[in-house]
Design a protein around this ligand. Structure first.
Ligand code: HEM
Length: 482
């Protein structure tokens, strides 16, 4: 006998989505004040789908792994990037705060144009190609710590930002951190980050009431123009020289569509290069900064990490070949990105009416997918606030979690193209620094996250650098045994 077919219950209406009482003004004010705490609280109180604002924007927080899988993977064609804003009358626009700087690069392009670009660029980020950059990651990390003094107080966020900028400058343009190109890049990126209200920067569409003061807007335009000129100069130089290098810019110049034979024009290469500059250093700087911050507050974890580094590396710097054995270092980085995901929320909007987490939401609804919230969900992360890399060491536990309980790199066709780059860079840099240095928190400093485009530490992370003596002792002991 065939079992009776269980028909799916009809979806609930949008009016039934739970959410906090009060009008949009109060809702936006509360979110703007502290989006991380507010989203966490709303998720805990109202569940996997929360109505954040009803009008003039229709904004929802999604914290259901299956719904996130539909948005990013299964039904991704039904969703666009960015937030939809509605103004008086029929005025509607899309908030894509980075578009002015990034143009039509991979991060900001949409639809067919994005898929085509992604196909062209994917081979540049193949695991094996990234492995070729390993030596540079290690050399640049070692160089960045050369000036550190034992006992020195430093801002780890500033140090990691300079290091990851040096890495991206070398791998993208094959230039040194001291090159004037890097100054121009630094100025443009700083101005863009500083000039944006956090709420607008996050792309949540909550910052439209802010207006950039005129001088700041002018500065932003000036630094972006200088950046454009520099990048176009580099492109022209490379073209003239026959672009045969291994840096990403040379590879972009050589990229050719397999079907049409078409190459990228200069504007397109500029947009992709600036996108990689920003996406490739801001996120990794934050990941490394939070990792050192967490290690500083967890001596047991730090000591287990050092033990692994000493065992695997002995007295030499790491290489890409060591990565499979740096299991704990990898777990430390993953766990750090769980607690402080460099991209703390992503924003999508519905292109059509669609059922999300059991509710029928109308087209143009804006959906916030919050890594910060999901990565602290007690259903999958017992004692969520605890920094415990051990969570990643048992494959059975990891396999029991839904795919989108953890998504620091997003997912689906828009998953971070730099995932392998970031993990290779992150683990090798962490290993290079932590085998020589131990960083402890500066006394009486409270470090707080600032949710902007990325999750930066507000005011930096002051820490004290100590040159490791125990390593020398253990290396010496190991040497005398051999
Ligand atoms: C820890 C480091 C990193 C994190 C946490 C991170 C995170 C992310 C996330 C969450 C997205 C998806 C955004 C969305 O779908 O709305 C993304 C996209 C992207 N990332 Fe990363 N990223 C990191 C490092 C890098 C690096 C090193 C590069 C390049 C060298 C890079 C380049 C990009 C690009 C180009 C995209 C757009 C991809 C597309 O839409 O097709 N990222 N990243």
């Amino acid at each position: 006998m065939t079992p009776p077919r269980l028909s799916k219950p009809p979806p609930h209406s949008v009016d039934e989505v739970p959410g906090p009482p009060g009008g949009p003004f109060v809702a936006v004010l509360r979110m703007r004040r502290d989006p991380l705490a507010r989203f966490t609280e709303l998720h805990q109180r109202y569940g996997p789908l929360v109505r954040l604002v009803r009008r003039p924007v229709s904004l929802f927080l999604v914290s259901d792994p299956d719904a996130i899988a539909d948005i990013l993977v299964g039904g991704s064609r039904a969703y666009g990037k960015g937030a939809v804003m509605h103004g008086p009358g029929s005025w509607t626009h899309l908030v894509q705060p980075l578009r002015m700087l990034l143009g039509d690069g991979l991060l900001t392009s949409t639809g067919e144009s994005h898929l085509r670009q992604r196909r062209l660029m994917q081979p540049l980020f193949h695991k094996q190609r990234i492995a070729g950059y390993g030596e540079q990651f290690v050399a640049l990390a070692a160089a960045a710590t050369e000036s550190w003094q034992d006992g020195q107080l430093m801002n780890v966020h500033a140090e990691m930002t300079e290091l990851t900028l040096a890495i991206v400058a070398r791998t993208l343009f094959d230039v040194d951190i001291s090159d004037h190109v890097v100054d121009v890049v630094r100025a443009a990126l700083d101005e863009t980050m500083a000039g944006s209200a956090p709420q607008e920067a996050s792309g949540l569409g909550l910052g439209h009431v802010d207006r950039f003061p005129l001088p700041a807007a002018r500065r932003r335009r000036a630094t972006t123009t200088a950046l454009d000129e520099t990048v176009y100069e580099l492109i022209a130089e490379r073209r003239a020289a026959g672009a045969s290098g291994n840096d990403l810019l040379s590879l972009l110049l050589a990229v050719q569509d397999a079907d049409t034979g078409e190459r990228m024009d200069d504007t397109h290469i500029r947009d992709e290069a600036v996108t990689l500059l920003l996406a490739g250093h801001e996120t990794t700087a934050n990941a490394l900064t939070w990792t050192f911050h967490l290690l500083g507050a967890a001596p047991d974890v730090a000591s287990r990490l050092r033990a692994e580094l000493d065992t695997v590396l002995g007295d030499r710097p790491p290489t890409v070949a060591d990565l499979p054995r740096l299991v704990y270092a990898n777990a430390v980085l993953r766990e750090s990105m769980r607690l402080y995901p460099p991209v703390w929320a992503m924003v999508r909007h519905l292109l059509e009416d669609r059922v999300v987490a059991g509710y029928l939401l109308p087209a143009e609804s804006t959906l916030v997918l919050g890594q910060w919230v999901m990565h602290r969900d007690e259903r999958w992360w017992p004692e969520p606030e605890r920094f415990d890399p051990g969570r990643w060491l048992d494959p059975a536990t990891a396999a029991g979690r839904p795919r989108f309980a953890y998504f620091p790199f997003g997912g689906g066709t828009r998953q971070c193209i730099g995932t392998s780059f970031a993990i290779t860079e992150g683990v090798l840099t962490l290993a290079t620094i932590a085998r020589e240095w131990s960083l402890t928190p500066a006394p009486d400093v409270r470090v707080r996250p600032e949710p902007s485009f990325t999750l930066r530490p507000r005011g930096g992370v002051p820490m004290i650098a100590h040159r490791r003596r125990d390593r020398r002792d253990s290396a010496r002991a190991g040497g005398s045994q051999g």
